[in-house]
Write a protein that binds this ligand. Structure first.
Ligand SMILES: [Zn+2]
Ligand SMILES: [Zn+2]
Length: 471
């Protein structure tokens, strides 16, 4: 036995998680063996058997846990191991509420091919399932940074929200207008909701395929013939259109197949939001990644040059699948990423300004979907990832001598550009020995040369200070 050195890389026995869908990563040695092997790795969970292929001796399983104890057996050829994982949802004060927004006069059905269900119930199933995938990605990313498997908590159900905004009016609005108007409507309906963030999907997004002509090459041109398109997050609301919701699976068992689905998107009927890859799987991956990017903005993250908070979210499917997804960016290594981002609160909506953001994408890495260190640390101490009952702190920034102070201990300091919140410099302090003050180093200030910038600081109890200053 144990002739293949079968190992689970990312979990140990008796580990507990606070979210239901987990990724199990492992490896084996494909050594000579007396037994005739099928070449597949098998996993049994609560009586259900899954199987997967090896890729460079590595295997991945995506599994859905039951409440409390989950007995897992993994086997390959003559080798096997057992693993128990506990699933215990965390009772966090601050949560994310998924919403499916149906505007006045709209039937609530999202655009989809005939073979796909597209009623509000189906929409809610897809949204809930895919949010659980994003909980899993987040936990794995923090784990990769040695920050433990922390993640945000979602409410038990996706709620249907009937907006008083008429759907024909909504279809004429631009992204910022949608975010403002739908946002106002949501906030006024959920009073006393400072502990909630809303992740809302708009049912009435409509891609006008009859206006599509073969000359249309860029994503921007396709968006011009899409009514009610939005992907925007900030404050307490992230809002999305539903032109690609049909590419999201409804059932857990379909997740991997969907990511690997090479069916081309028919541009005469549906929005191809796949970062120029043109398949259902790529569309699912790109739009799921963009939801994570916008959700992270509501958790106060800025932009990074690379990774999820840059434009490195298109291959989020690779976090889950063990296959090589279609090669991306072979013809388009320069991606214009235009996002109208806003970080003001919904009460300050009138102040929000349209901003553009351009990133030149570099060579693709094998390990895609990167979360930079300061982003990961910011999330790991964030109030949507932890309960800090009755803990308060005094957090300050002295703009004359450039010193940050927190009575609870400083965890993250970032210097961001004003126009697009691109993180230029960052410092993180994760050790048990607390850092009560931090001064921006002289050489950094010299480099920044009197620019108007943003400083963002987070401390040990999730207090956040964000203000403009002159370097
Ligand atoms: Zn064997
Ligand atoms: Zn952004």
């Amino acid at each position: 036995m144990n002739s293949h050195n079968l190992k689970i890389i990312n979990f140990h026995d008796l580990e507990a998680v606070s979210y239901p869908i987990i990724k199990i990563l492992g490896n084996v040695e494909v050594a000579f063996c007396q037994k005739e092997s099928s070449g597949k790795v098998l996993l049994t969970l609560n009586g259900i058997e899954y199987s997967t292929n090896l890729r460079d001796n590595v295997f991945k399983f995506l599994i859905e846990l039951h409440n409390s104890k989950n007995e897992i057996t993994v086997s390959y050829c003559c080798d096997a191991l057992n693993l128990t994982i506990q699933y215990v949802p965390k009772d966090l004060l601050n949560t994310v509420i998924p919403l499916y927004v149906i505007c006045e006069g709209h039937d609530g059905c999202f655009q989809a091919p005939l073979k796909e269900r597209n009623d509000p119930e189906s929409a809610c199933k897809r949204i809930m399932l895919c949010l659980k995938l994003l909980q899993c990605v987040t936990a794995e990313k923090l784990y990769e940074h040695d920050l433990g498997r922390k993640t945000f908590q979602i409410e038990d159900n996706c709620q249907i929200f009937k907006s008083s905004v008429n759907y024909l009016d909504a279809q004429e609005m631009n992204q910022v207008q949608l975010w403002q108007n739908i946002g106002k409507d949501i906030i006024s309906n959920f009073s006393g909701s400072k502990n909630k963030k809303y992740l809302a999907f708009l049912s009435c997004t409509k891609y006008c395929g009859e206006q599509y002509i073969d000359d249309m090459k860029t994503h921007e041109e396709l968006l011009e013939i899409t009514k009610g398109y939005v992907a925007l997050g900030g404050g307490n609301l992230a809002l999305f259109g539903t032109a690609s919701l049909f590419t999201w699976p409804e059932q857990f068992d379909d997740v991997i197949n969907r990511f690997e689905d090479m069916t081309p998107i028919d541009r005469t009927q549906f929005l191809d939001d796949s970062c120029y890859r043109g398949t259902v799987g790529a569309c699912f991956s790109t739009t799921l990644g963009s939801v994570l990017h916008e959700l992270y903005h509501t958790f106060d993250l800025g932009h990074s040059k690379d990774g999820i908070m840059g434009r490195g979210f298109d291959n989020i499917g690779k976090v889950f699948t063990n296959s090589q997804m279609c090669k991306s960016f072979s013809f388009h290594n320069k991606i214009e990423f235009k996002e109208q981002l806003s970080t003001c609160s919904l009460k300050d909506v009138e102040k929000s300004i349209k901003k553009d953001f351009t990133v030149i994408r570099r060579t693709e890495e094998v390990d895609d979907t990167l979360l930079t260190k300061s982003c990961a640390v910011l999330l790991s101490f964030h109030r949507w990832f932890n309960n800090y009952p009755n803990q308060s702190s005094h957090l300050s920034f002295d703009s004359s001598n450039k010193v940050v102070k927190s009575t609870a201990g400083v965890r993250v300091v970032e210097i961001r550009q004003v126009d697009d919140e691109l993180i230029l410099y960052s410092w993180v302090f994760v050790s048990k020995v607390l850092k009560f003050s931090f001064q921006i180093p002289e050489d950094v200030l010299n480099e920044l040369n009197n620019q108007n910038l943003i400083i963002l600081v987070e401390d040990s109890v999730g207090c956040i200070l964000k203000e403009e200053f002159v370097a």
